[in-house]
Design a protein around this ligand. Structure first.
Ligand code: ADP
Length: 396
């Protein structure tokens, strides 16, 4: 039997999971428990058969129990799985590679929680519950920040007092497993060796980030100390003048928590036009909503500015790869983000761009110096692959 890896992604009120056959990457089971801790939770399991079941999981431990029950009831068996991979959002400067989890790693993830107060505690709870539920296989933490740890100081330093930097205030970047997977897949699709390919990855989902990858190595990315920096997102502002924060404190008498919440959950597309789902934003644009049209302009112009900046940084650009919910599905966002860039050798083929497909594909003209593509991301497969490598390394 080939290796099977269970990938777990525990959020503040959810557990998402996927069981993968590492021989061919086949998804053997997937599912989620959502609304953990709320009045009624919901489990959806797609295994040998499908279960959709409302419940009342008050804690992640109960949620994990429900997942195990679902595997027992609707298959496949988890007997003999090779390893469990955990998505962990923040690995700080400490983790540039995935790591076998022991009590010390758990403690480190806890110590890094101030940098990701919403995510790391939930990830850690998931790890603790899963290690108890599956004491047999090795558990591996795969960090969202790790791929970006290769950034040089010129990219990761903020121009702030050094003592802040010494305390960990710097740019880290997120969506690392996606940027790693997509930059590798882009080189493959272009038929080039990874070491000789320079790529800009545009991960445009509800959360969005760009990265500049030189020969498989990340040299810059748009998210920073937290996932708030960079592109305009569904509900996050992305880049803004930091002086806005004292301004809001002084004039609107807002508290730090109120500002934090507003910039993370009430800004971005939602703040600009009242909708954060790009499909709804386009519906409003098509119905003549001026705010929605402006929201699209702000968001796509921001993407274009990052493309220009990263092109300059890389010096030579071979590929631009769009990925995640918006990047993979929204041809209008892709077209606007790269509109007018043909003097830079970036030329979309409108017909190829309009094709709907779940496959990796090229969407630039044959004459475009830079190959533009859509590469569906697969963070779970990337996490599973990294997990397996650590687990096998551990055993030999
Ligand atoms: P995240 O993982 O950050 O939550 P996803 O990568 O799943 O986000 O992307 C979700 C977003 O993708 C949705 O909010 C929606 O705006 C967008 N999306 C999905 N399908 C389409 C589509 N066909 N056209 C435009 N946007 C889409």
């Amino acid at each position: 039997m080939t290796a099977r890896v269970l990938v777990l992604n525990c959020g503040s009120s959810s557990i998402k999971y996927r069981l993968l056959d590492m021989g061919d990457g086949e998804v053997l089971a997937s599912g989620l428990v959502e609304r953990i801790g709320e009045e009624s939770s919901l489990l959806v399991h797609r295994g040998t058969s499908r279960i959709e079941r409302p419940g009342s999981c008050a804690t992640h431990a109960e949620g994990m129990r429900a997942v195990l029950d679902a595997f027992a009831e609707a298959g496949p068996s988890l007997e003999g799985i090779t390893a469990v991979g955990h998505r962990v959002v923040h690995g700080g400067s400490r983790y540039s590679t995935p790591v076998l989890i022991d009590d010390g790693v758990e403690q480190a993830i806890e110590e890094l929680s101030p940098l990701a107060p919403l995510h790391n505690p939930a990830n850690l709870t998931g790890i603790r519950v899963a290690r108890e539920a599956f004491p047999g296989p090795p558990h591996v933490a795969v960090f969202d920040t790790a791929f970006h740890q290769t950034m040089p100081p010129a990219s990761y330093l903020y121009a702030v007092p050094r003592e802040w930097t010494d305390e960990g205030v710097r740019r880290y970047g997120f969506h690392g497993t996606s940027h790693a997977y997509v930059s590798r897949a882009a080189a493959g699709l272009a038929g080039r060796s990874l070491a000789e390919t320079n790529t800009i990855v545009l991960h445009l989902g509800n959360g969005a980030s760009a990265s500049a990858v030189r020969g498989g190595v990340c040299v810059d990315t748009s998210m920073g100390l937290t996932p708030l920096e960079g592109l305009v997102m569904g509900t996050r502002s992305g880049d803004l003048d930091p002086a806005l924060i004292p301004y809001l404190v002084r004039t609107r008498k807002m508290s730090v928590d109120e500002i934090d919440d507003a910039l993370n959950t009430r800004s971005g597309l939602l703040g600009l036009c009242g909708a954060n789902d790009m499909r709804e934003v386009w519906r409003r644009v098509d119905a003549g909503d001026a705010d929605a049209a402006e929201a699209v302009e702000v968001a796509t112009q921001r993407v274009k500015k990052y493309v220009g900046a990263y092109y300059a940084l890389l010096g030579r650009l071979d590929c631009i790869a769009f990925t995640a919910g918006v990047g993979e599905n929204d041809h209008r966002t892709r077209a606007l983000s790269l509109a007018g860039l043909h003097p830079l050798g970036i030329e979309l083929d409108p017909a190829a761009n309009a094709v709907r497909s779940a496959e990796p594909r090229t969407i630039s003209t044959p004459g475009s110096a830079v190959r533009v593509m859509v590469v569906p991301t697969n963070e779970e497969l990337e996490i599973a692959g990294q997990t397996l490598a650590v687990a096998l390394g551990q055993r030999t």
